[in-house]
Design a protein around this ligand. Structure first.
Ligand code: AMP
Ligand code: MN
Ligand code: MN
Length: 315
């Protein structure tokens, strides 16, 4: 059921023990929004914990409270008054949603593709990041944002907007970020931390870019990362930014091996609706940034995604 911000605020006020979670393959907005809200809730005396069912990339070590993030243990049950699912719909939290017994479930998200399966859903696709929504939510609760919370929330806004460059960046986004900077967040510190890569990661990315292929008369640029290459390409962070700059491209994407016959696809566009492409494979996202998982051998997965992209481009 869709609810408004005041109702979401009330659900949080009414709960004492709160479990916060987000999607697997964590990004700045998932880690930032859960940790940001955790800091606020603990500050007002609630028993709040963050559970994410995946490894947390090293770059997020700059976020206060990062060591507090738990991974659900196999076979264990967790109880809470409220489960808050942030920056994703219910079905992509790995083992978290299935292992939590919560009296109520609140979903807070900004993805247009949200399946609206949650008991209570606060959805605002006009916001660039879930962290932007969290700032509004904390205000709606009559609260103030601490420096720890602000640092987490700023990070999610910055990463989901490509540091305020993508088309989802609005005056509201900038006002919110400005407020967080007034609280004391250092934009340069966050930027440096988010961009950090090891020497090996940079070299692996160079090799990935070397295998770049162009399709659809130069309108599509793609990198295919098979099993062997996936073992060295630890991070694909920033890879699509290097492809987006290629003149004439409308869609850029990579397809990367995850496990046998399973590939992750990540797409960026300059206007074509890539979330629609992702949805045909049970994925989702935003108009200009979306992803999905393909279950097929390499050649077939490659053919499937190229066909779907070609069809949407020529629609
Ligand atoms: P990414 O390319 O992984 O940065 O994701 C781009 C956008 O698409 C993000 O907002 C993701 O939450 C969303 N997304 C990526 N993969 C999936 C998926 N398998 N299912 C649903 N949404 C996804
Ligand atoms: Mn996210
Ligand atoms: Mn997000």
């Amino acid at each position: 059921m869709k609810i408004n911000l005041t109702e979401a605020a009330r659900l949080l006020h009414e709960a004492q023990t709160v479990i916060l979670t987000s999607h697997i393959r964590p990004d700045g907005d998932s880690v930032g929004s859960t940790l940001g809200l955790m800091h606020f809730l603990r500050g007002i005396g609630k028993d709040a914990r963050v559970m994410i069912d995946d490894e947390i990339p090293r770059i997020f070590r700059v976020l206060p409270g990062i060591d507090r993030i738990e991974r659900p243990a196999e076979g264990r049950r967790y109880a809470a008054d409220l489960l808050v699912v942030c920056d994703v719909e219910m079905k992509r939290t790995g083992a978290v949603v299935p292992s939590v017994d919560a009296a109520r479930v609140l979903n807070i998200d900004h993805h247009v593709t949200n399946d609206e399966a949650a008991e209570y859903l606060y959805l605002d696709p006009s916001r660039a990041a879930t962290c932007e929504i969290m700032c509004e939510l904390i205000r709606a609760m009559g609260g103030t944002i601490s420096l720890d919370a602000a640092t987490c929330l700023y990070t999610g806004i910055a990463t989901d907007t490509g540091f305020f460059r993508f088309s989802n960046t609005t005056p509201h986004t900038m006002h919110t970020a400005a407020e967080l900077i007034e609280i004391g967040v250092k934009p340069n510190v966050i930027a440096v931390a988010m961009e950090m890569k090891s020497y090996d990661e940079v070299m692996a990315q160079v090799r990935a870019i070397e295998s770049l292929e162009m399709f659809c008369d130069g309108r599509v640029a793609a990198v295919f990362i098979d099993e062997a290459r996936a073992r060295e390409v630890k991070t694909t962070e920033g890879l699509l930014d290097s492809l987006r700059v290629i003149e004439g491209t409308q869609i850029v994407f990579f397809m990367k091996w995850l496990e046998p016959d399973t590939y992750r696809v990540s797409m960026r566009s300059k206007g074509v609706n890539v979330s629609r492409i992702a949805q045909t494979f049970d994925g989702g996202g935003h108009i200009r940034a979306a992803g999905c998982t393909l279950h097929a051998p390499f050649d077939e997965a490659r053919r499937m995604i190229l066909a779907a992209i070609g069809k949407e481009l020529n629609a």
